[in-house]
Design a protein around this ligand. Structure first.
Ligand code: HEM
Length: 434
């Protein structure tokens, strides 16, 4: 073609800062807008860093699958380098033996189906503890947040500032600080060990073994302590905010779409049964709950631009050259909202996934919240189980009500771009045991 050998198109640049001024506080949105003008493969200069941005399923597939041999290293940002993280971390190491070893441990010892099945009970216990906590709080300790709010806006406060009847039995959870299950399990285990002295790298590996691996792992992997330390940190960092912010987005969407919430509740009543606890083995019989999680990941991918990659050499993509050492961003957020792929792209419609074969596991490039290819999120199997269990259990165990924004249509859905894509405003939910 005529464009063979050319660099991709992109917006005009300013001296020194290049296109940094184009990004703003919501880079995933700004880049999606730029892609509407310049196309699904564009080039920018972010300060000194040549950056390629992919914004369509076809281009994402080229980068993450077809040409992944040369495009799977990471662009190491300065903050990571300063912490020496790039030498040890599964997320920042280039593709090579160290990285491969860490991935092998994750895939075969921590997140393999059989391993996850074998410690399902541990997670179920944790989810039940969480439900019990909320239930107990609902009856013993009135939610402080809801009371504060009530006093503030004077809606639910009776004459003389007295609390109206019934408020005692409700509980508000400040989901901005949501208790993420994975984090909670690790935290608890480590605290037990800490009380016995200090936490060593081997303690950390033991902790990982407790939650996901079997006893042979240490011998089989023969990891050095520094590596173990980093793997642990990596998983903790990568797994907590992402999972909890996804859960919060799912809850916000259900509160905004009461019909969807009602349908999910009905499905759980039919399949799991009132009064029974949800189990991971139930998930495959809950297609509507699954669709809700997919729809949440489509509209609110926790890592909207994936983790930046770096070109090992010049690579031709769709007739353009991606130059060696360029940073590569894949805009999973833009891809999830692209109207040429999705009908009514900005609406939360889980029904679109019923009877569809599309999953979020890196097989369908129109839905890649976990990335795809060799650097796909290794925590995907754990994250999916936890999301279904937590969301499903909350729906099954409680009736929900918005704590402050009274009408669902008024619920603020503004995003805050950061380590993970979070809600800008915390979500306040009033939970009443069913
Ligand atoms: C909803 C939850 C989660 C989302 C949306 C998510 C998303 C992602 C994404 C987009 C990437 C980059 C993939 C790429 O470059 O193609 C990634 C990498 C990674 N994730 Fe997750 N993640 C989640 C949960 C977890 C959990 C629970 C863990 C571990 C317990 C985890 C561990 C990691 C690690 C270690 C990497 C780096 C992999 C590598 O570079 O080889 N993530 N994740």
């Amino acid at each position: 073609t005529t464009c063979r050998g050319k660099l991709p198109p992109g917006p005009a640049r300013l001296p020194i800062i290049g296109n940094l001024h184009n990004l703003g506080s919501q880079p995933h949105r700004s880049l999606a807008d730029l892609a509407k003008i310049h196309g699904p493969l564009m080039i920018l200069k972010l300060g000194q860093v040549t950056t390629i941005v992919a914004s369509s399923p076809a281009v994402a597939k080229e980068i993450l699958q077809k040409q992944d041999q040369l495009l799977s290293d990471r662009q190491v940002v300065l903050a990571v380098r300063a912490l020496d993280h790039h030498q040890f971390s599964a997320a920042w190491l280039p593709v090579g033996s160290k990285w491969r070893n860490l991935r092998k441990i994750s895939n075969s010892h921590l997140f393999a189906t059989q391993k996850l099945d074998s410690n399902e009970e541990l997670r179920r216990e944790k989810v039940q503890e969480l439900m019990e906590d909320v239930r107990r709080n609902a009856s013993e300790r009135p939610g402080e947040a809801v009371l504060e709010r009530c006093v503030e806006d004077d809606v639910l406060v009776g004459p003389g500032g007295r609390r109206p009847e019934g408020i005692q039995r409700r509980m508000t959870i400040h989901f901005g600080k949501v208790f993420d299950m994975f984090g909670k399990v690790i935290d608890e285990r480590l605290r037990q060990r800490e009380s016995e002295g200090y936490v060593s790298a081997n303690d950390m590996l033991d902790t990982l073994l407790d939650i996901g691996a079997d006893q042979n792992t240490r011998e089989e992997t023969a990891m050095d302590p520094l590596c173990i330390n980093h793997l642990f940190l990596d998983l903790f960092l990568a797994g907590t905010d992402t999972t909890s912010s996804t859960l919060v987005w799912a809850m916000a969407e259900l509160l905004r779409n009461p019909d969807v919430l009602a349908k999910a509740k009905k499905e759980l009543d039919q399949i799991v049964g009132k009064g029974n606890h949800l189990r991971e083995s139930d998930i495959h019989r809950l297609p509507y709950l699954q669709s809700i999680i997919k729809e949440t990941l489509r509209l609110h991918p926790a890592v909207p631009l994936l983790i930046p990659r770096k070109a090992r050499a010049d690579v031709e993509i769709c007739g353009f050259i991606v130059p060696k050492d360029a940073q590569i961003l894949v805009n999973a957020w833009a891809i999830g909202r692209d109207p040429s792929t999705w009908d009514d792209a900005n609406s939360f419609v889980p029904e679109r996934f019923l009877g569809s074969e599309v999953d979020a596991k890196g097989n369908y490039f129109e839905l890649i919240p976990f990335g795809a290819g060799r650097r796909i999120c290794p925590g995907l199997p754990l994250a999916t189980r936890m999301l279904h269990m937590m969301l499903g259990s909350f729906v099954h165990s409680f009736d929900w009500k918005l704590g402050d924004e009274i009408v669902p249509e008024m619920l603020d859905m503004e995003e805050k771009f950061g380590i993970s894509l979070e809600r800008a405003k915390p979500l306040f939910v009033v939970m009443t045991p069913r």
